[in-house]
Every structure is written in C-alpha cells, then in structure tokens.
Design a protein around this ligand. Structure first.
Ligand code: XCC
Ligand code: SF4
Length: 650
C-alpha cells in the first residue's frame, strides 16, 4: 500500500494489548494498518479540519484564508462550514436509513411468502408496532400485518405533505416543539434530498437556517430511518434479551474455521448464524480437520448477532484489519459502512477470502456475490463451504491469535429493561424513575460511536464510562463504544458493579440490571431515544427529553453517521459531548451556535471535550442542572410538628 509502515517505531495505539500487539506484528511483517496510514497523512489539512474548504461548485475550490474572507460566489466561512456539516448529516442519515429500507424490503418479501428462510421471529413486536402506527391488526394474520406494516414503513421514505408518522414515537411535547420550529421531516429520502438541495451552490446561505435544516434531516435518521431499522430487525430476527458471550480477537479459534461478519445489515449474518449450526456443514468442517465453525463479528453486524444469538465479537472498527492479521480468518463477509477498502490488501497477504455481499458495495479484489433474500440460507451455506475449503490453506506458522477475550453480557432492549425492572408482575420503568428521583441514580448517560486512530483507541470510551458509573450515572451504550467497554471488562455485570458508585450499585443489585447496558448497534441508538421517552412516560421526571437528567457522548467518533446521530440527540433536547469537534472550527459563529445558542432552541447543545474526566464532569454538571430544574435535588427536610399543628392536622 502507499504509506509503508515504519518497522522501527513501536508505539502504543490503544489501551487494548491485543490491538497493540497486532499492530506491532503488522509492522514487523511490513503490512500497513490504519495507524501507519494515519501517520502518512500528517499533518492533516487545516482547511479540511476547520471546514473552510468549499468545492460545491466548479468556480472553486475555494478556501477561506486571511487574504480571502469569501469564496468566489461570496460564501463566507459561516456558510461554507455549515454547508459542509450538513452534507455529512445527509450522508449519515442516508446510510442509516438505507439500511432501514433494506430491512423493510426483507419484511415485505417475508409477508409475500418470498422470504426464503426469513420469518417473523417476534409476532408480539409486530403487532405492537402495527397498533402503534395504526396499521390494522385485528383479525389479520402475522403475514398480513407484516405486509401492511412494510408498506407503511416504505411510505415513510417518500415525500409527503404529512410529517413522518414515526415521529410519534417521541414525547408529545417534543413533537410540538419540532412542529413549532418546522423541524418535522416529511419523508426520509425527501429530507436528505432537501438537504443536498439546500447546500447546492447558491441556495441556503444563513448558517443558522442551514443548521436547523440539518437538525430536521437528522430527525429523519433517529426517529425514522434508524427507528424503522431497529423495529423491523426485532420483528424479523427477534427482540434482544440479555445474553452472554465473549469479545476481542481472542475469540478466534485456532482449531476452527473462522468466519467474520463485518458491516451493518443483519440480514445475511442471521442466515450465517443459522447455517453455522448446520449438521452437514459441521461434519464437512470436521472432514477437513477443523474442530468446528466459529462465526464472529466486527463493528455493528457484530452487535446485531451478539444481541440476538450471543455470537462472539472479534473487535470494533479499528480491529478489522487486525482480525485478518491473525492469519486465522478463512472468510470475511462484508456488506456496508465502516468497511475499510484496505481489507483487500491485508487479506492478500494471507489466505483470507473477502466476500462482499451488498449490491451497492464493491471492494476492489473482493469477491462479489449478489445477495437475494429468498436464497439467503443457500448463500450462507455456500459461503460457509467456501470458508471450510479455505481452512486447508491457512499457514499455521503465521497464525497469531491474541489471547485477549473478555466476557460480556448484552441484549438490553427497552422491552428487556421494562421486564427486568418490573419483575414478575408488571413491566415498568418505575424502579428506575424512582431511583433517579430520589438521587440514588443521578441520571442517565449514553456513550456511543466509533473508534479513531487520532486517539489512544478505546481509551476515551472506557475512561468516560468508568467516570460516569463512579458518579452514580447509569450508562447506556451502543456501537463500537459498547465493544470498547466490553473488551475492558465493563460489560460483565459483576465487574461493572464493583466500579459503580455505592448508590448506583445498590439500585442495580436490587433490580438486577448492570450499571452499563449494551443496547445494540448504531441504528439501535433509536433504542436510547425510546428509553428516554419511556422514562418520561413513566412520570415524575418532566415532560420532555430536554427535562431529563441525561446526556450523551461520542468520545472517539469518526463517521458521518456519528455526525447525524449527534445532531438527532441534540434536536431531541439532549446535551452531547464529543471528544473532538466537527469540522466547524473555521467559523466561530457556527461553533457558538452549535455549542451555546442551540440550547435556547431545542434544549440540547454540543460540547467538545477531549478529556474523559472533564467530559464526565460536564455531563454530570448538566445532569445536576436538570435535577435542580426538576426540583428533585431539593433536600426533603422532615417537618417537625408542634402540638398545635398536630391537632390542626388531626
Ligand atoms: Fe462504524 Fe457501527 Fe462508528 Fe463503529 S460505531 S465505527 S459508525 S460500526 Ni456506529
Ligand atoms: Fe467557491 Fe462558492 Fe463555488 Fe463554494 S460554492 S466552490 S465558495 S464559488
């Protein structure tokens, strides 16, 4: 590859020894990884970092410099920075939502009896969703409801005079605010298109107006595209329940055929999970000298199959190249998002086969298959056979599987939390609300998002989570953040309890939930939005998400999807701390708008804070501010009555 690794440099790139060792091994072998290429990019472009390079038309590209305060068309730093940010939100929203759409297509196929081995795994969730979205359910079969619900969800993508109906998942007061601010998206695709239109040369120029447009688009992600993805995944593949598994590169097995699923859409991986249990295939693997078939995940596909099947996770985003570097991966199946194009180069150095399975995603030198829902199981079996056949080509002398692997408990959907908190008789969030109200739990924090070679990988996630639970804040996690904390042992309930503040610990032990809850993949950030809504509906903690003693954070984020997520959290009224800013620092006005002024508009705002301890302090300060506003911090002083008062009371 272009940036050749420097063999002599030994540096720690992560808190995870498995990562450090594999990166070192790559350097010794002369194979470049993201960290080498990161070094090759130094110094990174200042214009890009500050967001003040515009190439939205071909009079440009234009850059804002001390000599040139405007581009050729007259766009200033504020306009340029805001437009660039919006295009990221549009791309992030598009990615999550297209993932949602592909699941809806599968649901539709199933309803028509053309879904192959796919089925309705959670009919209860199907009926609940049908009822909620006013799709008739009475007297209809599951498949009829599934067809109607798929049509309803599909209609959410197209432009409509009506705001997206899925916004009704949000608390009423929030919906009213969106209406007042004209932030309601009217069709997911239409809103993405609108954003691209607005940011075309010569359209929308006022940075405030632009950013509000960005917030509207982000709502089409969180409360529409991503929510649809989560709901349909639950219907098709089952609503997650607590499940135990293991995480980190050490889950790869020296004596088994190792297959990695990497990417985001859970459709094919579901079939692979099923096919990996197939007796014939297991026997075939045995005939080739393998002790079994070991399916493990990377990135959010990993989270999906972990949440539903307890399949092990080989690692998060920056471990994708390292997994192949173990020399023990027979097959890596990739689909969409966060899949590095470098994988083909790394795979070429080993026997690993790389197969791309999405019609929209081709990687040079990876084999391409055209995935069809109706033939999903057949595809999966064929892929597993390919992997088994490849086992013989593994070079045993080059196998280096790090021994690190940690236990993990995941699978905390809202349905599960309801159930766990409610105990035997009634599903309810009440015990959680009570604990927040009486201060044993100070509040709730979401830690989400990617890992990034700009920082010591995983470290910010882990330290932030530790700092928060220590301060008696309940932590919700998704995506690569959850995997980072899992590798550090924080998703083992007993270990996390040991690190939790005494009152958080007491509540968690009493109701039987861990202090850090793994809620799923990145589209499952919609579960976090719903958790906030559920807490509000339970009562006693205000009427809107912005009233809640809650905050969000993405300490190591890198993707455009993370940009969209951060915006829909803020548009939903949450305070969001990012480990590094968006590419907006070239405009003080845009930065001030995002980090200060937005609070007066949506009730949420951004903060940039690279230090995890400071980030925890800031999140806690915000949480305490909200608690004060709710009046739940007021000390309940016991009133002592004198005799006269007692008589009056009687
Ligand atoms: Fe990708 Fe979802 Fe980021 Fe991880 S957290 S690097 S987006 S896999 Ni979503
Ligand atoms: Fe330059 Fe304006 Fe064209 Fe951007 S839109 S490249 S600032 S002329």
């Amino acid at each position: 590859m272009s940036a050749s690794p420097n063999k002599s440099v030994v540096t720690e790139v992560s808190r995870d020894p498995a990562i450090n060792r594999m990166v070192q091994l790559a350097r010794t072998d002369g194979i470049s990884t993201a960290w080498d290429r990161y070094r090759g990019q130094q110094p990174q472009c200042r214009f890009g970092t500050e967001g003040i390079c515009c190439r939205l038309c071909h009079m440009g590209p234009c850059r804002i410099t001390p000599k040139a305060a405007c581009g050729i068309c007259g766009a200033d730093a504020d306009t340029i920075v805001a437009r660039n940010l919006l295009r990221e939100i549009a791309a992030g929203t598009a990615a999550h939502s297209d993932h949602g759409r592909s699941l809806v297509r599968t649901l539709k196929r199933v309803s028509e009896g053309k879904g192959g081995e796919y089925k309705i795994s959670d009919p209860r969730r199907l009926r609940e969703a049908g009822k909620f979205f006013e799709v008739p359910v009475e007297g209809r079969t599951d498949l009829e409801i599934a067809g109607a619900l798929a049509d309803f969800f599909m209609a959410q993508f197209a432009w409509s005079e009506e705001p997206n109906r899925t916004l009704r998942l949000a608390p009423e007061k929030r919906q009213a605010l969106w209406k007042k601010l004209e932030l309601e998206p009217r069709g997911i695709d239409a809103t993405v298109v609108e954003l691209l239109h607005r940011t075309h040369m010569g359209v929308d120029h006022d940075y405030r107006h632009l950013i509000l447009g960005g917030l509207k688009c982000s709502l089409a992600d969180g409360w529409a595209g991503s929510s649809i993805a989560t709901i349909v995944s639950d219907i098709l593949f089952g609503t997650p329940r607590p499940i135990r598994s293991r995480v980190n590169l050490g889950v790869l097995a020296e004596d088994k055929v190792n297959i990695i699923v990497h990417g985001h859409e859970p459709t094919l991986s579901e079939m692979l999970a099923m096919a990996s249990q197939d007796k014939e295939l297991l026997a075939y693997a045995g005939s080739k000298g393998a002790a079994g078939i070991n399916l493990a995940g990377i990135c959010c596909t990993a989270n999906e199959v972990l949440m539903r099947h307890g399949l092990p996770i080989a690692g998060n985003f920056l471990q994708q190249e390292l997994a192949i570097l173990t020399g023990a991966v027979e097959l890596m199946v990739i689909d969409v998002q966060c899949v590095m194009p470098s994988l083909a180069q790394v795979a070429k150095c080993f026997h690993t086969k790389l197969v791309s399975t999405s019609e929209i995603a081709q990687t040079f030198e990876a084999e391409q298959i055209t995935y069809e829902v109706a033939r999903g199981y057949e595809h999966a079996c064929r892929l597993i056979r390919t992997a088994i056949d490849n086992f013989a080509f593994r070079d045993r002398a080059r196998v280096h599987i790090p021994r690190e692997s940690m236990e993990i408990v995941a699978g905390f959907s809202n349905e599960t939390i309801f159930h766990m908190l409610g105990g035997r008789f009634r599903s309810t969030f009440r015990p959680l609300n009570d604990a927040i109200m009486d201060g044993r739990i100070r509040g709730v924090a979401a830690i989400v998002g990617c890992t990034n070679p700009k920082v010591l990988v995983d470290t910010q996630h882990v330290r932030l989570a530790r700092e928060l639970v220590k301060r008696n804040v309940l932590v919700l996690e998704t995506g690569c953040s959850a995997i980072a904390c899992a590798k550090a042992g924080l998703l083992v309930p007993e270990a996390a309890l040991a690190e939790a503040g005494p009152s958080l610990r007491e509540v968690c032990e009493a109701v039987g939930i861990p202090p850090i809850l793994h809620m799923g993949s990145c589209v499952d950030n919609s579960r976090i939005l719903l958790a906030a809504t559920n807490i509000l509906h339970e009562g006693g903690l205000g009427e809107d998400i912005s009233d809640l003693p809650a905050a969000g954070a993405a300490p190591e984020w890198m993707s455009e999807k993370a940009v969209a997520i951060a915006h829909y959290f803020v548009a939903s009224g949450l305070y969001v701390v990012l480990g590094h800013p968006f590419f907006v620092e070239g405009s003080d006005n845009v930065s001030t708008f995002l980090c200060r002024e937005l609070e007066g508009i949506t009730g949420g705002r951004f903060e940039w804070e690279p230090d995890p301890v400071q980030a925890a302090e800031k999140m806690l300060a915000h949480i305490e501010k909200k608690r004060d506003a709710l009046g739940i911090n007021a000390k309940k002083t016991r009133k002592l009555f004198d005799m006269k008062e007692r008589r009056e009371l009687a």
